[in-house]
Ligand binder design. Structure first.
Ligand code: SAH
Length: 262
């Protein structure tokens, strides 16, 4: 190769270098760094990819969470943080931040965001709490709680749903959630007592094992009512060994608590 060709090649490579540097550094400061011969070009760490759903999530929080009367700042913040679109099947992604339940397969649904926020707020959890959830479903409610407490134990009766929720929560880095495939009617004695228990499927009565696994002053939130109809959302506080206080939080509609593992 002739010297002229080598020189041309050298100039070409230098120009490419400048171009690459320009395209990988987008701030005005970085560009002036490149132009100054005495300053070394600093490569900035790649910014996290933008979340294309962020605006929709903000709208959901503004209209469907704050707008519908949720007031706990921690709950509002977490509803704006957890990526609901990661918990739903692809065909419903366009509705990920609409304020209604969505199918997740096996005849089950991910709850309406407002209901997730309402139940989370009613539990009044704190960061040292150990929480039990019955009805993992997609894992979304577990993720919301996991942002606020020390550990979430969650039980799902449909094997493939338990498996998928476990994978989703792992992928998103929720190390403080443990998913278990079982009939949640009996709670999870091994990890009891719990500061709070949340049931996201509706039985026709309050399961006694769940009350027994609450700490004194612990809270249980549970929809109770007939299969296929509306239920009442109850907040049950265990005030002593053998006494509970109940508060009616209004009418809701949940899938039934079933009793046979699938
Ligand atoms: N919390 C879920 C919504 C769950 S829907 C979410 O955030 O996506 C209710 C779930 O309860 C369903 O997945 C259903 O399979 C499960 N379920 C019903 N009966 C159950 C039982 N006895 N024990 C555990 N899970 C149960």
């Amino acid at each position: 190769m002739s010297i002229v060709r080598l020189l041309l090649l050298g100039i070409g490579l230098m120009m490419m270098g400048v171009l690459v540097a320009c395209t990988s550094t987008l701030t005005p400061t970085a560009v002036s760094d490149i132009l100054s011969p005495t300053t070394a070009v600093e490569v900035e760490p790649t910014a996290a990819p933008e979340d294309p759903y962020q605006h929709q999530r903000e709208m959901m929080v503004e209209e469907g969470i704050v707008g519908w009367g949720i007031t706990d700042p921690a709950v509002i913040e977490v509803m704006g943080k957890v990526q609901r679109h990661e918990f739903i099947p692809e065909e419903f992604l366009g509705q990920a931040y609409e304020n209604h339940p969505l199918p997740i397969g096996y005849g089950q649904t991910i709850s309406q965001p407002y209901i997730v926020a309402l139940m989370t707020q009613a539990l009044e959890v704190t960061e040292d709490d150990k929480v039990l959830e019955i009805g993992t479903g997609s894992g979304y409610q577990a993720a919301v709680l996991a942002e606020l407490v020390d550990h979430v134990y969650t039980i799902e009766i449909v094997g493939p749903l338990a498996e998928r929720a476990g994978e989703t929560l792992d992928r998103l880095g929720y190390e403080n959630v443990t998913v278990h495939h079982a009939d949640g009617y009996f709670g999870w004695e091994e990890h009891a007592p719990f500061d709070a228990i949340i049931v996201t499927a509706a039985p026709d009565h309050i399961p006694q094992p769940l009350v027994n696994q609450l700490k004194i002053d612990g809270r249980l939130i549970i929809p109770v009512g007939p299969v296929g109809g509306f239920q009442t959302l109850w907040l049950v506080t265990r005030v002593s060994d053998d006494e509970v206080q109940t508060e009616n939080l209004g009418g809701v509609r949940f899938v039934p608590l079933t009793r046979e593992e699938r």
